[in-house]
Design a protein around this ligand. Structure first.
Ligand SMILES: *Cc1c(COP(=O)(O)O)cnc(C)c1O
Length: 471
């Protein structure tokens, strides 16, 4: 399997070459040259497999530069009941007639990002050992991504994590999750500033090519193809649990921000999984909902980006959207470049409303969308507790609300649960007047000793800290 860039760069790469890379050299995103097709016999065989073996089968179609036995061992070591809480790994439960919740949030940090990040940690360790190389991961987080990355990389050989976060701005639970890690290769850096300052620092450090090379700086952001690939697996696993046979269609609803999660659903559908509709659920930051309703993709400025009660979906642009757009325009890299480089670069928007391709988004590709507000979120959390005695987190609530707008008779609707309520306790208290349950292993984590340094919002200070801590 070879990988190409959405922007038309002539080079083709193998999986392990793009594993440790971010963007393609021309600024595009990597995609496989083709989507492997899964026939009926394969689907029938996969239905019977435990999660780790299903993951191995799917990964093998996209990864041909890791020996099969090694890849199998990596999958087996990643997707265990010990790490994800159950043998099913992603158990499905019926909430009401025809509406299901697929649990993706029982990994170490209680958000679905663990599903991909845990695999990435093991792939990184494997590949770095094979190359005899080291990597220093520099990131910026306001919560879920940073903690998922740290729990995936803790104790891994050849990897250090330097994670910046805005000082005092994460929830006490999220801070405790990250800062209580005592592993020597994990460095928490609280920046006196806001999340944008952290992102600017990461950009500034990455733009210093000399420093980047000398200290082997890398990232684990959501455009990493391996993360997206890992997420394809749970669409198959959810499908098998929601149906009794492989001739039945299923719909998925996905609480969305950077479009990584739902893009994995798109990939699964392109491989031939019988998915009818993919519902993109957004919050007040509705860049994606606007596109799927109107054909206009308009990146928001900082002043137009809202801080909401489903904060992991607070985005100004959806960094993985370019992947789907590439398929939407018929994999025409010239046309893609016109949209993402010229139009977005010059005007901050592009308009496909009059383009025949736009109709394909809903038609050929099955995408629809919806948007929720804070009031919707609270109402859904209350309603779900009252009628089904089930607590959902604010992001999953956005999903549930959107899902109900697209129910189709006889077609199971699977809503992806993207986090557990305990991560967003303040909103749960606002909705219900009481705290959410806390899994036993997180009892009292706020009281644990914290390992964190505080630095000013200054890239030079962060560089000096990294240099000091890489011997
Ligand atoms: C990251 C995240 C999302 C958004 O996922 P994308 O892949 O960026 O679309 C939604 N909910 C939660 C809880 C998340 O952590």
């Amino acid at each position: 399997m070879n990988y190409l860039s959405t922007r038309g760069h002539p080079d083709r790469k193998r999986f392990c070459e793009i594993l440790l890379e971010g963007l393609a050299p021309d600024g595009g995103l990597y995609l496989p040259e083709t989507y492997p097709q899964v026939d009926a016999a394969t689907l029938a065989r996969w239905r019977e497999l435990p999660y780790a073996e299903l993951a191995f089968e799917i990964l093998s179609l996209y990864i041909d530069d890791i020996p099969a036995a090694d890849l199998k061992a990596i999958s087996a070591k990643t997707y265990t009941a010990e790490v994800f809480g159950t043998d099913e790994i992603v158990p499905l439960r019926e909430l009401e007639d025809g509406v299901y919740i697929e649990a993706l949030s029982n990994g170490p940090t209680l958000a679905f990002k663990d599903m991909a990040m845990q695999l990435l940690g093991n792939l990184f360790e494997y590949e770095l050992a094979r190359r005899g190389a080291e990597l220093n991961i520099l990131g910026a987080t306001s919560g879920d991504t940073g903690s998922a990355a740290e729990y995936a990389m803790r104790g891994k050989k050849g990897v250090r994590v330097f994670m910046t976060s805005p000082d005092g701005r994460m929830s006490p639970f999220q801070q405790a999750q990250m800062f209580s890690l005592q592993d020597e290769n994990i460095h928490n850096i609280a920046i006196t500033g806001v999340f944008d300052d952290c992102q600017d620092i990461v950009k500034a450090v990455s733009n210093d090519l000399g420093f980047k090379r000398k200290y082997r700086i890398g990232t684990v952001n959501s455009i990493n193809w391996a993360r997206l690939l890992a997420q394809v697996v749970y669409y198959f696993a959810g499908y098998f649990q929601a149906t009794a046979s492989n001739d039945k269609p299923v719909n998925f609803t996905v609480p969305s921000g950077n479009f990584g999660n739902v893009c994995a659903g798109h990939v699964a559908r392109m491989m031939g999984l019988p998915v009818q509709t993919l519902v993109v659920a957004t919050n007040e930051n509705d860049v994606l909902d606007e596109f799927f309703r109107t054909g206009i993709y308009r990146v928001r400025g900082a002043a137009d980006t809202h801080e909401t009660s489903s904060p992991s979906m607070d985005i100004s642009k959806a960094s993985n959207f370019e992947r789907f757009a590439f398929d939407l325009v018929g994999r025409d890299a010239r046309k893609l470049r016109k949209l993402f480089v010229e139009d977005l670069g010059l005007e901050g928007r592009f308009d496909l409303s009059a383009d025949a391709a736009f109709k394909d988004a809903a038609g050929r590709f099955g995408f629809v969308s919806s948007r929720s507000t804070h009031a919707d979120r609270l109402a859904t959390i209350r309603d779900t507790e009252k009628r089904f005695a089930t607590l959902v987190d604010p992001h999953t609530a956005d999903g549930l609300k959107a899902a109900r707008e697209f129910l189709a008779p006889g077609v199971p609707m699977v809503v992806l649960e993207t986090a557990l309520p305990i991560k967003f306790a303040a909103t749960i208290v606002e909705a219900l007047g009481h705290e959410p349950d806390r899994p036993a292993k997180f009892e009292g984590i706020e009281a644990l000793p914290k390992r964190v340094v505080k630095l000013p919002a200054d890239a030079e200070a962060v560089k000096a800290y990294i240099a000091q801590n890489c011997d």
